[in-house]
Write a protein of this length. Structure first.
Length: 471
């Protein structure tokens, strides 16, 4: 459901007791963590038990499993996830009592008030780039607050209430949330059509990014990855509106450029040139060109915030990843199993390039779960084409998420478009049968990769167990 943003956005310490409907999700759990750190009373509910709920309970939150009107308790403010339906009994109760209802975006804005905000936006790469920037700033001695749509491997957390003035936030465009924030600086990784279930047209989606430019402080700056045409165009829009723009990438038009890219196994190395000056080398522990672009964008942002290259580069080099972003789940019988959140054609393409580097002389075996009916209908063919970069492909059925099923829209749309011989592609609508398909295809030296934004992430441990039985 979509909850309107109120005209007056209160600071977090003025919201009273706060109840989160969908508190276990990546977005709301991070906000709840920050409020708890500030001593704000927090409660919440979620559909199922999770380690996130356990962690929040440890921090002092009252967390319920299941939804019931009684869970609202003595709350003054109710924050609602976009995945929650209008008929949710806690939402109905909050409305009946006239309580303050907030969407995720307004709740995040409430905890960011009074800080110097750096907002990271873009169609792809937001979580990784926000994470890279956060870890790099921490390595410089700063203690920024942060809210990320994934958990840092270093801390196991998706949010932190820092002592410094900076607040690094992943700015989600999927439901227009990023248009609520007023950042000092912003970073945009790329702009290409997505979330058309919300925006309707590609033009409307791109127009939202144009509007986002106006949210950036005129005295701040915008970093764009100019290798991406959409982000490069946004840089032109920002310049025309008087914003300072820093372009990054491999291209000759970049102000901060990555040169001499080298990919060996799980590492990526590149040299940084800023305005013609060679600053030095960065060595990442994560593979793939798209992660290099994320890293150079984070580096450029850190430099413009006044931090030193050596410290930023060391921080980037220490970054070990984020959960569900090319995350190693384990290895059995010389088969490594990774998991990643990629669900858009270009994300799939980037992660398969990274998987190819990881595999070396081995093969890449992929299970892909399309995410959302509308996205599969619009991008299903392109998803299939992108999957052609693998050696073996198992396509699952659509993870429906917040939409209703549509006749004729299934994972078969994706599988039919994969440009590999028929014996190397299978559409498997039964979730429970997918792990066996992967194990049947995997050989020693291969990389198995589970891709998608849904419950495909649960497959990795099952694959490892089956590999263990076969070894």
């Amino acid at each position: 459901m979509k909850v309107p943003v109120p005209d007056e956005l209160l600071a977090a310490d003025r919201l009273g007791t706060v109840h989160f409907v969908g508190i276990g999700g990546a977005g709301l759990s991070g906000i709840a963590r920050i409020m708890l750190a500030r001593g704000i009373p927090v409660s919440g509910s979620d559909a199922k038990e999770s380690r996130t709920l356990d962690a929040l309970r440890t921090l002092g939150a009252t967390c319920h499993v299941g939804h019931d009107a009684a869970h609202v308790g003595a709350a003054d403010t109710v924050v609602v996830s976009t995945a929650v339906r209008e008929s949710n009994p806690e939402v109905v109760e909050a409305r009946a009592r006239g309580l303050r209802l907030l969407p995720r975006s307004a709740a995040l804005e409430s905890v960011m008030q009074g800080r110097r905000v750096v907002a990271v936006a873009g169609t792809h790469g937001k979580t990784t780039t926000t994470s890279l920037l956060t870890v790099a700033l921490q390595h410089c001695g700063a203690d920024p607050s942060f809210a990320i749509g994934g958990e840092l491997n270093e801390t196991g957390s998706n949010a932190h209430d820092g002592t410094g003035e900076l607040f690094v936030a992943e700015a989600d465009e999927s439901d227009g949330a990023f248009l609520v924030y007023s950042p000092h600086a912003a970073l945009v990784t790329n702009v290409e059509a997505d979330h058309l279930d919300n925006y309707g047209t590609e033009e409307a989606y791109r127009a939202a990014f144009d509007e986002f430019v106006d949210r950036v402080d005129p005295d701040g700056f915008l970093v764009v990855v100019s290798d991406d045409p959409g982000a490069d165009h946004l840089g032109d829009v920002a310049t025309s509106r008087g914003r300072a723009v820093v372009r990054v990438g491999e291209g000759p038009g970049a102000d901060v450029r990555a040169e001499d890219l080298r990919f060996v196994g799980a590492t990526s190395t590149f040299t940084v040139v800023d305005g013609g000056e060679r600053l030095g080398e960065v060595r990442l522990q994560i593979p793939g060109r798209h992660y290099v672009l994320d890293a150079v964008a984070a580096l450029a942002c850190g430099l413009r915030l006044g931090f030193g290259f050596a410290e930023l580069a060391a921080g980037l080099g220490s970054f070990s990843g984020t959960r569900r972003r090319m995350e190693l789940k384990g290895e059995v019988g010389q088969v490594r199993v990774y998991d990643s959140y990629a669900h858009h054609p270009n994300e799939i393409r980037g992660d398969l390039q990274a998987a190819r580097s990881l595999a070396g002389d081995g093969r890449v075996v992929v299970a892909f779960q399309p995410h959302m009916v509308s996205r599969t209908r619009i991008f299903g063919h392109d998803m299939g084409v992108a999957l052609g970069a693998a050696d073996e492909v198992v396509v699952m059925d659509v993870y429906v998420a917040r939409e209703e099923p549509e006749p004729g829209v299934s994972g078969a749309l994706v599988a039919d478009a994969v440009p590999l011989a028929a014996e190397h592609v299978v559409f498997e609508p039964s979730w429970s049968a997918v792990a066996a398909h992967l194990v049947e295809r995997a050989r020693p030296g291969d990389v198995v990769l589970t891709l998608g934004a849904g419950d495909v992430t649960l497959l990795g441990p099952e694959v490892l167990d089956l590999l263990g039985e076969d070894s």
